[in-house]
Design a protein around this ligand. Structure first.
Ligand SMILES: Cc1cc2nc3c(=O)[nH]c(=O)nc-3n(C[C@H](O)[C@H](O)[C@H](O)COP(=O)(O)OP(=O)(O)OC[C@H]3O[C@@H](n4cnc5c(N)ncnc54)[C@H](O)[C@@H]3O)c2cc1C
Length: 427
C-alpha cells in the first residue's frame, strides 16, 4: 500500500517524535469512526473520548498531513466571515449563539495544550494590520462587534503603536488581539493525537476511507479493512475528494503557500517582531507571518483556486515577504510548501448531518485553526444528543459555486482579482 509521507516543510523537519501508527487490517467495531486526523477529526475524537465514546480514526496519510500540519500556525478568533454578516444572513437569534462561540476555539486549544502538556511553542498575541484607512475603519467596527460578544482583549493601534510591534512601514494601524497567538501546528496535531491515544482512541494511518456504506449501521471501507460504527464523522476537509459527493459539490479546495527563512540573527528577529506576535494583514488575499521558536520567519500568502500546486513557491511568496520586510533581502529561504484549505461560497463553515448518523464539518475557508477545535466540541455535543449549537451551524446556508464544478475555479479567480484590486486601490 502507498506510504504517503509529510510534505517537506519546516514543520515536518521540526516535528516532535511520533510512534508508528499501522494501517487498518481487517474489521473493527467502534462507536464513532472519524475520517481524517486533522484538527477537526482530532478535536472531535478528544471530546468524544472524554465523554465515554469508543473512537477510531482512519487517516489517509499521517496525523496532521493536511492543512492542520501545514498552516501558518496563527490562532485567529472568529470565522472567515464576521458575525455581522452572519447576523444579516440568519437573523439575530442564531447569530447570537454563533457569536458567543466565535472565541471558544482559541480557549479550547489552550485548554488542550495545558491539560495534555502539548509541546507546540504556544505564544499569545495576534495582530491584524491595516494597509488602508478603509481597512482601519473595518477593524474599528470589528472591535465594537466582538466586544458585543464579550471579547474584550482587543487594542486598536495607530501607525506609531503598530510600528512598535512589527517593523513594517506599510501599515497605517491595526488591532492587537491578546487571545490570538501562534503555535507549531503539526506539533499541536501530534500532541492531540497522543492525547487521543492516551484515552484509548485508535488512529490508523495510511488508511484512506474509500467508501461509506450508509444505513442504520454504517460501515467505512478502507483498502484492507472496514470499520463498523454507530456514527461517522467526516473530517477530510480539502483532501476529501469525492468520497461524499454532496459535500464536494458545494465547496472548492484552494492551495495557499508558505515559506520559511533560515534562522535569523537574534537581533534581526527581535527588530522584526519585538513581542513575538503573529501578524496578518487585512487584504482579501492576505499575507500572514510570524517567528518560529528558532527565530525563522514563516510567511504565507497567495491563493491558488482549485488547489493546483505551483511550480515555484518561493518565486510567488518571497516578493511578498520582501515587500513587507525589505531588510530580509539577503536571507535564505530554507523551506517552501503548499497546503489546501476548503473554500465555501459564503466563506462560512459547512456543518451538518447526512441521514441519521453521518456528521460533517468542513470549509472554514482559510481561518480554521480555532474553528476546527470548536467544531470538534460541537459535533461531540450533537452525538451526545445536545444539538442546539450544532443546529446553529447546520442552519447556515450552503450555496453551490457559480459555474458548478467545471467553472468554479475561473469564476472565483475573477472574484478574487476584483477584491484584490479593491484592496490595492483602496475602494
Ligand atoms: C498553508 C495553509 C496555511 C493556513 N494558515 C492558517 C492560519 O495561520 N490560521 C488559521 O486559522 N487557519 C489557517 N489555515 C486553515 C487551517 O489550517 C484549516 O482550516 C484547518 O487545519 C482544517 O483542519 P481539518 O482537520 O478540517 O482539515 P485537514 O487538516 O486538512 O485534515 C483533513 C485530513 O483528512 C484526511 N483525509 C482526507 N480524506 C480522507 C479519506 N478519504 N480517508 C481518510 N483520511 C482522509 C487528510 O489526509 C487530512 O489529514 C491554513 C491552511 C493552509 C493550507
Amino acid at each position: 500500500m502507498a506510504n504517503t509521507p509529510y510534505p517537506q516543510s519546516y514543520y515536518a523537519a521540526s516535528a516532535n517524535p511520533v510512534p508508528p501508527r499501522p494501517a487498518l487490517q481487517g474489521e473493527v467495531e467502534t462507536d464513532v469512526c472519524i475520517i481524517g486526523a486533522g484538527y477537526t477529526g482530532l478535536s472531535s475524537a478528544l471530546f468524544l473520548l472524554e465523554n465515554g465514546f469508543k473512537v477510531s480514526i482512519v487517516e489517509a496519510a499521517k496525523v496532521g498531513f493536511g492543512a492542520s500540519g501545514r498552516n501558518g500556525g496563527q490562532i485567529v478568533n472568529s470565522y472567515s466571515r464576521d458575525i455581522d454578516v452572519i447576523e444579516r444572513t440568519v437573523g439575530p437569534k442564531q447569530a447570537q449563539l454563533l457569536g458567543q462561540m466565535a472565541f471558544e476555539g482559541g480557549r479550547i486549544i489552550r485548554e488542550r495544550v495545558a491539560k495534555y502538556n502539548i509541546q507546540c511553542d504556544l505564544k499569545d498575541g495576534g495582530v491584524f494590520a491595516a494597509l488602508t484607512s478603509k481597512q482601519m475603519g473595518h477593524l474599528e467596527s470589528q472591535k465594537r462587534l466582538w466586544e458585543r460578544f464579550g471579547h474584550t482583549q482587543l487594542e486598536l493601534m495607530d501607525q506609531k503603536r503598530i510600528r512598535e510591534v512589527v517593523a513594517c512601514d506599510s501599515y497605517i494601524g491595526g488591532m492587537l488581539d491578546m487571545s490570538g497567538g501562534h503555535i507549531h501546528p503539526l506539533n499541536l496535531a501530534l500532541g492531540e493525537a497522543a492525547a487521543v491515544e492516551s484515552l484509548g482512541g485508535i488512529i490508523y494511518e495510511q488508511t484512506p476511507a474509500v467508501r461509506i456504506e450508509r444505513g442504520a449501521n454504517p460501515v467505512v471501507h478502507t483498502p484492507q479493512g472496514k470499520v463498523r460504527a454507530k456514527f461517522i464523522i467526516v473530517a477530510g476537509n480539502a483532501y476529501l475528494g469525492n468520497l461524499v459527493p454532496e459535500l464536494a459539490s458545494k465547496s472548492m479546495p484552494c492551495g495557499t503557500q508558505v515559506i520559511t527563512t533560515e534562522p535569523l540573527d537574534a537581533d534581526l528577529a527581535r527588530t522584526l517582531l519585538p513581542q513575538d506576535y503573529c501578524v496578518e494583514d487585512c487584504n482579501y488575499l492576505l499575507d500572514y507571518y510570524r517567528l518560529t521558536s528558532d527565530k525563522r520567519l514563516i510567511f504565507g500568502g497567495g491563493v491558488v483556486y482549485g488547489a493546483r500546486d505551483p511550480a515555484n513557491i518561493e518565486a510567488i511568496i518571497r516578493p511578498k515577504m520582501l515587500k513587507a520586510f525589505p531588510q530580509l533581502q539577503n536571507v535564505k529561504i530554507d523551506y517552501a510548501w503548499t497546503g489546501n484549505f476548503l473554500l465555501t461560497l459564503s466563506r462560512l463553515p459547512q456543518v451538518g448531518r447526512i441521514g441519521d448518523n453521518i456528521y460533517y464539518s468542513q470549509g472554514c475557508s482559510g481561518h480554521g485553526v480555532t474553528y476546527t477545535h470548536l467544531a470538534g466540541k460541537v459535533l461531540a455535543e450533537a452525538l451526545r444528543g445536545q444539538a442546539e449549537r450544532f443546529d446553529a451551524f447546520a442552519g447556515l446556508p450552503h450555496y453551490p459555486f457559480p459555474g458548478g464544478q467545471m467553472l468554479r475555479v475561473p469564476f472565483s479567480a475573477i472574484g478574487a482579482w476584483y477584491y484584490s484590486l479593491r484592496d490595492r486601490l483602496g475602494f
